[in-house]
Design a protein around this ligand. Structure first.
Ligand SMILES: N=c1c2ncn([C@@H]3O[C@H](COP(=O)(O)OP(=O)(O)OP(=O)(O)O)[C@@H](O)[C@H]3O)c2ncn1[C@@H]1O[C@H](COP(=O)(O)O)[C@@H](O)[C@H]1O
Length: 118
């Protein structure tokens, strides 16, 4: 029986794969092709994929949302890698934030944090 991987394991493997594609042969790797086009193109791709995920989230098709969610996370990781940021860096930031309520964090901002989400 195949076990469902933990998000930690899946993201760590993705991080390592994407790092290994920096400077790799673009002919055989989509990631290498994207990275070769530069951070701006990677960011544009991430934006497109994010919009596709938004559409599926609004539609409410669970399977399509899982698929688009995977596209978004992969393209986020590529966009980050293009600026030498890893998923491990982001995980460290998320870990730092654990236990801090978003409401409490907003209240510490000099501008008072603005309006709550509508
Ligand atoms: N997770 C992904 C992953 N998700 C999406 N993609 C590719 O991203 C591309 C998205 O291209 P498009 O925008 O044209 O696709 P699309 O959004 O479906 O297109 P439309 O809906 O607009 O038609 C496709 O070629 C997908 O295959 C991915 N390519 C690679 N990975 C991972 O990266 C690893 C290394 O891949 P390579 O770098 O290709 O070896 C793979 O083993 C995977 O683990």
């Amino acid at each position: 029986m195949t076990e469902t991987p933990t998000p930690d394991a899946a993201f760590a493997r993705l991080d390592a794969t994407i790092a290994s594609r920096k400077g790799a042969d673009a002919a055989s790797s989509w990631t290498a092709q994207l990275l070769a086009k530069g951070p701006e193109k990677c960011a544009e791709k991430f934006g497109e994929e994010a919009i596709e995920a938004v559409i599926e989230a609004v539609r409410g098709d669970r399977a399509r949302l899982v698929s688009e969610g995977a596209d978004v996370l992969y393209h986020l990781a590529v966009m980050l890698a293009a600026r030498d940021v890893s998923l491990a860096d982001v995980a460290a930031e998320l870990t730092r934030r654990e236990g801090q309520s978003g409401i409490a964090e907003k209240a510490t901002r000099s501008d008072g944090g603005g309006e709550p989400p509508r």
